[in-house]
Design a binder for this molecule. Sequence first.
Ligand code: ADP
Ligand code: MG
Length: 260
Amino acid sequence: VPSETMASRGAAAAAAERSAKPLRLDIQSLSKAFAGRTVVDDVTLSVAAGEVLCLLGPSGCGKSTTLRMIAGVETQDRGTIRLDGRVLSDGVTSVPPEGRSIGLMFQDFALFPHLSVTDNVAFGLKGRRAETHRRAHRLLERVGLAAHRDAFPHELSGGEQQRVALARAIAPKPRVMLMDEPFSGLDNRLRDGIRDDTLDVLREEGTAVLLVTHEPEEAMRMADEIALMRGGRIVQRGAPYNLYNSPHDKEAAAFFSDIN
Ligand code: ADP
Ligand code: MG
């Protein structure tokens, strides 16, 4: 057997394996302009179940706008968003945000101050109060806050509040979690633990995660894959190690060189 044939067989098998892997979130050629200025430019991305894709880039490059379109709170000018193969939005159809099975965590995604921790987590759940509270209590255990389930948000530290926000975000079992710099408000001491715990919980649930950050160090630590964004475009995509070692250009190299 010629070695060429063997090689192409291997490639075909690898391609088949890749296409067999379900692409939970699949974004094709997403674009958006504000007042004639393009801020998201032909962005194509995909995230599989249980994986973390980091959208990494400097402030103003279009990360949040991309997430907002995926969440359905901003309309796109062009492009298609699919969840498990089903079209969420393509310029013809658009599933409203609450029908998308997408969870959100933002830095300033405040808890309801007048609700207890348990009620905050149970807030979006349908069903009888006893049942929603039981689920909320299980989730609070999961994020290490069982002892605080009757507390109010102002009685908790920033890190604890962030854990409540995580429990609340995963409570309705979203298929996809969109996270927009959710850890940037936390002090360094707390941040590492919460980052790791958050990913543990999301991986266990098999949630596809799209995490936005402007910090290369955070992307290196958390991502299975990084999509490097600049001026509205994805300029490089790959495993963290590959981007770090073989940056696309000088600007990308400079960006990664800040990591110590
Ligand atoms: P990032 O999250 O990467 O910092 P954003 O997506 O928030 O970037 O913003 C990308 C660009 O789009 C910025 O120049 C921002 O000022 C602009 N922009 C974002 N939202 C709007 C809006 N609603 N109207 C006009 N310009 C906007
Ligand atoms: Mg932003």
